[in-house]
Design a protein around this ligand. Structure first.
Ligand code: FE2
Length: 356
C-alpha cells in the first residue's frame, strides 16, 4: 500500500513545485488527508500552543473528564460503547465572530496565543484552498468565494484531549465519521498517536510527526468538486498509555453560503447521467449532519439532493427521520456535533451543541 502522504510545503518555492502540486492533488483524490511540513507556522510557537493546551487540560478539564465522562463510560462496561466518545473537548469560534470571551478559566496568555494561532491557520487554510484551485483548474479564490456567503467563512477550533483509557477495545476516542465542513487543519500530539483514516477498506494510522499540520477535506469540498476530491472517514483510537492532544481547526463555509458542484468540474457525462452532487445552503446541511455525524455521508448527500427538488418546510426533519429509521439506529450521544462545550452548573451537566 502507498505510504501516507507527507508534503514539504517549502518545495513549492523551488524546482520541485510541479511534483509537490501533484503530490497534493494525489492526496486529495486518493486519501482525503495529507500532512504538511514547513507550513510556515514557527515551531517554537507550536510548542507554546501545545504547552498551554496541556496545562489548561490538567488545570480545568481533567477532573471534569474523570467525573463526567470516564465514570459514565466505564459504568458496568461489558459491550462496546457506541453512543459516546472517550474525549475531553472545548470549542473556540473565531469567525464570523469570536467566542473566546465566553470560555471559562482561559488564561490571558492562552487566549492571546490561540487568537494568533487561529490567524496563522486561517491564512494557511486560504493558501491551501488556492493550491487546490490551481490543481482543479479553478480560478484563484474560487473556493474561498464559494465558502463566503454574506458574512465570510466560519472558522473554529476544537481543542481535544484523549486521556489514557483502560478499555480502548470498548470505546473509541472518537467514533468514525467524515467532517462536514470545508478544510480541516490539525495540530496533533507528536508522542501519542491514535488518529486513523479509512483507506481501501483498511484503517491506516496518521503518523504523529513533530510540528506538522495534518490536513483533511470535509464533505463540502467533495460536493464542490463533484466527487473528484473526497472527504474520508476517520476515527481516534483511545490509547492505554499517554494523553493525546488534538487541536483541529475547521475552515468552513458561512452559514448561508450556497454550496454546489463547481460548473467547471461537472463533466458532461456526469451531468447527462445526473450524477451530480446536490446544491444546498450550508447551514441546512449542518442541521442534517448534527443528527447523523456518525453515519455514512452518502445518505446525507441523497437527502440534500431530494430536498433540492421538493423543498417543503418539513422535508429536512423528514429526511433525518427516514435515514434514522432506515438504519434502525436512533442514537442519543454525548457528542451530537463536532463542537461541544461542557459546562458544569451546580451538580448537573449541560452539553451544548454549537453549529458553525
Ligand atoms: Fe473529524
Amino acid at each position: 500500500m502507498a505510504t501516507f502522504p507527507v508534503i514539504d510545503l517549502e518545495k513549492l518555492n523551488g524546482e520541485e513545485r510541479t511534483a509537490t502540486m501533484d503530490q497534493i492533488n494525489d492526496a486529495c483524490e486518493n486519501w482525503g488527508f495529507f500532512e504538511l511540513l514547513n507550513h510556515g507556522i514557527p515551531h517554537d510557537f507550536l510548542d507554546t500552543v501545545e504547552r498551554l493546551t496541556k496545562e489548561y487540560y490538567k488545570k480545568c478539564m481533567e477532573h471534569r473528564f474523570k467525573e463526567l465522562v470516564a465514570s459514565k463510560a466505564l459504568e458496568g462496561l461489558q459491550a462496546e460503547v457506541t453512543d459516546m466518545d472517550w474525549e475531553s473537548t472545548f470549542f473556540l469560534r473565531h469567525l464570523p465572530e469570536s467566542n473566546m470571551a465566553e470560555i471559562p478559566d482561559l488564561a490571558d496568555e492562552y487566549r492571546e496565543v490561540m487568537k494568533e494561532f487561529a490567524l496563522k491557520l486561517e491564512k494557511l487554510a486560504e493558501e491551501l484552498l488556492d493550491l487546490l484551485c490551481e490543481n482543479l483548474w479553478l480560478e484563484k479564490g474560487y473556493l474561498k468565494e464559494a465558502f463566503h456567503g454574506t458574512r465570510g467563512p466560519t472558522f473554529g477550533t476544537k481543542v481535544s484531549n484523549y486521556p489514557p483509557c483502560p478499555t480502548p477495545d470498548k470505546i473509541k476516542g472518537l467514533r468514525a465519521h467524515t467532517d462536514a465542513g470545508g478544510i480541516i487543519l490539525l495540530f496533533q500530539d507528536a508522542q501519542v498517536s491514535g488518529l486513523q483514516l479509512l483507506k481501501d477498506g483498511k484503517w491506516v494510522d496518521v503518523p504523529p510527526l513533530r510540528h506538522s499540520i495534518v490536513i483533511n477535506l470535509g464533505d463540502q469540498l467533495e460536493v464542490i468538486t463533484n466527487g473528484k476530491y473526497k472527504s474520508v472517514e476517520h476515527r481516534v483510537i483511545a490509547q492505554t498509555n499517554g494523553a493525546r492532544m488534538s487541536i483541529a481547526s475547521f475552515y468552513n463555509p458561512g452559514g448561508d453560503a450556497v454550496i454546489h458542484p463547481a460548473p467547471a468540474l461537472v463533466e458532461k457525462e456526469a451531468e447527462e447521467k445526473k450524477q451530480l452532487y446536490p446544491k444546498f445552503v450550508f447551514e441546512d446541511y449542518m442541521k442534517l449532519y448534527a443528527g447523523l455525524k456518525f453515519q455514512a455521508k452518502e445518505p446525507r448527500f441523497e437527502a440534500m439532493k431530494a430536498r433540492e427538488t421538493t423543498l417543503p418546510s418539513q422535508q429536512l426533519k423528514e429526511s433525518i427521520r427516514e435515514i434514522k429509521e432506515r438504519k434502525s439506529v436512533i442514537q442519543w450521544h454525548w457528542c451530537v456535533f463536532d463542537f461541544i462545550i461542557v459546562n458544569t452548573t451546580t451538580k448537573g451537566i449541560i452539553m451544548k451543541s454549537i453549529i458553525i
